[in-house]
Design a protein around this ligand. Structure first.
Ligand code: FAD
Ligand code: NAI
Length: 473
């Protein structure tokens, strides 16, 4: 048993935690990170939900399934004939696992490079001690002057339908289905439902999504949500809104979901497997917050202020375990800001300009306010929209669905929101985030030279559209 002393100990090695640990070490603190995630051999697999069962594996499968669909349906347009296109699901999943492993290894390398001590095991509070905290790190006892909790989140279960990861799947099981299900049910048409529903639809499943809300993607700009609904329907994704799930039953044949539809009629959906993606809940399992009196809210999230300070001195919390959007880049920004605050610097996160992306095809990306939010706020605004159909690069790519939409203040022209549905929206949105961080106006973007031919010319054109002077539409 050791009793190592650290300036900063981070509990959780996901994007919030591992980045916080690296930044703290860069700032000269003697830093440790504790993470309990195990790979299939029982070894360490830092990177959290994001790396192991979230952002990274989902994007690997989205890429593979997109290649497959492309080869089957679009190569011929380019004059490429391939013969029958076949798919090897085991190989696809194996490639995804390799991508995950590269990221796990990358984080372990970064810990070494930055001299962060890594403990593989569970981290928990033992007691407050003079000028710090006693902690357990796996089997070891350690002390910390500052603790950053970054213990992430878990998938929410549907009452009466616990995850077995064989038939009733969380994101974890949904990323390793061994054969393409003939019929796949998805509960929840949020980000996971749409991304993972798209993966398995592209690979050949008939996918039916059941959503409780009466409107589709209510947090996305209405024009974008409408376009997305139209495109997903065309792709063959069935999305039923306004449903109320009453019962989920499983047997050897599959899973049956009983529900009331939007018109009040009783319905039953029979599927081979069911993904339940109805949101996530903050995770403090095993952290032992009671030992030190760390305050949680009624949903189990750690209570923090704007600066990620908890109710305890020198205990901070970041990422999915606290309020705010459950996004990897939000967790990372908070982690960096906290490390800088511990160092007496002015770490800063601008919660108004955190971008969000749904990696469907086409991708959906947004930053700032939606049109419906501006209306609700009573803010006077102008809007401009430009379709990818009128963009040369999009035509060359053969990827012309969607548009870029700008919302700007009616008087000052300051950009208030940018909404993109279309090719590489995830990359295009960064220009809007930078512009908004510098309080740019739509005219600022309209006056900047954008490379030709590029998708980003649509961003410039949408900014021009705010002043009703597009050049190519
Ligand atoms: P986590 O990543 O959950 O990490 C927490 C870590 O702490 C885990 O490794 C856990 O094992 C460890 N831990 C917990 N308790 C303890 C303990 N007591 N002791 C030791 N270790 C502990 N976000 C995006 O921005 N972009 C995306 O494309 C995206 N795709 C996603 C796809 C899916 C399928 C899912 C499920 C999520 C996705 N997310 C995405 C969300 C993203 O994964 C999370 O927002 C992000 O991982 C949160 O980071 P975190 O560091 O707060 O927590
Ligand atoms: P979500 O919050 O995005 O969507 C959940 C959906 O389920 C909502 O539309 C909700 O109305 C619906 N729902 C809730 N209860 C229901 C019920 N009983 N019956 C039917 N529908 C119900 O949550 P999701 O998709 O589980 O993802 C969790 C989090 O992971 C997201 O909040 C997101 O932050 C993160 N994530 C981010 C991604 C990205 O950035 N690209 C990708 C995947 C996940």
């Amino acid at each position: 048993m050791s009793n190592k002393q650290f300036d900063v100990v981070v509990i959780g090695g996901g994007p919030g935690g591992y980045v916080a640990a690296i930044r703290a070490a860069q700032l000269g603190f003697n830093t440790a990170c504790i993470d309990e995630w195990k790979n299939e051999k029982g070894g360490p697999a830092p990177g959290g939900t994001c790396t192991n069962v979230g952002c990274i594996p989902s994007k690997a499968l989205l890429q593979s399934s997109e290649h497959y669909e492309h080869a089957r349906e679009h190569f011929a347009e380019h004059g490429i004939s391939t013969g029958e296109v076949k798919m090897d699901v085991a190989k696809m999943l194996g490639r995804k696992d390799q991508v995950v492993k590269q990221n796990n290894d990358g984080i372990l390398y970064l810990f070494k490079k930055n001299k962060v001590s890594f403990f593989h095991g569970r981290g928990s509070f033992v007691a407050a001690s003079d000028g710090g905290y006693e902690l357990k790190a796996g089997d070891e006892s350690i002390t910390a002057k500052h603790v950053i909790v970054a213990t992430g989140s878990n998938a929410r279960q549907l009452p009466g339908a616990p995850f077995d990861e064989e038939q009733i799947l969380s994101n974890d099981g949904a990323l390793r289905i061994p054969t393409v299900p003939k019929k796949l049910g998805v509960i929840g048409s949020g980000v996971i439902g749409l991304e993972l529903g798209s993966v398995w639809r592209r690979l050949g499943s008939e996918v039916v999504v059941l959503e409780a809300m009466p409107s589709f993607l209510p947090t996305v700009d209405e024009a974008v949500a409408k376009e997305a609904a139209k495109l997903f329907k065309k792709q063959g994704l069935t999305i039923e809104l306004g449903v109320k799930i009453s019962e989920v039953k499983k047997d050897k044949k599959g899973v049956s979901v009983s529900y009331t539809d939007a018109k009040g009629a009783e319905q039953k959906l029979e599927v081979d497997r069911l993904i339940v993606s109805i949101g996530r809940t903050a995770n403090t399992i095993g952290l032992n917050p009671e030992a030190v009196g760390l305050a949680l809210d009624e949903r189990g999230a750690i209570v923090v202020d704007h600066d990620c300070k908890t109710n305890l001195p020198n205990v901070w919390a970041v990422g999915d375990v606290v309020r705010g959007p459950m996004l990897a880049h939000k967790a990372e920004e908070e982690g960096v800001a906290v490390a800088e605050r511990i160092a007496g610097q002015h770490g800063h996160v601008d919660f108004d300009i955190i971008p969000s992306v749904i990696y469907t095809h086409p991708e959906i990306a947004q930053v700032g306010k939606t049109e419906q939010q501006l209306k609700a706020d009573g803010r006077a605004y102008k809007s401009g929209q430009f379709p990818f159909l009128a963009n040369g690069r999009a035509r060359a790519l053969g990827d012309t669905s969607g548009f870029v939409k700008f919302l700007a203040d009616a008087t000052t022209d300051e950009i208030l929101g940018v909404h993109i549905i279309g090719p590489f929206a995830s990359e295009l949105i960064s220009e809007a985030v930078v512009a908004m961080a510098f309080k740019a106006s739509a005219e600022d973007i309209a006056r900047i030279c954008h490379a030709h031919p590029s998708l980003s010319e649509s961003t410039k054109e949408a900014a021009l559209a705010v002043d009703k002077r597009t050049l190519n539409f």
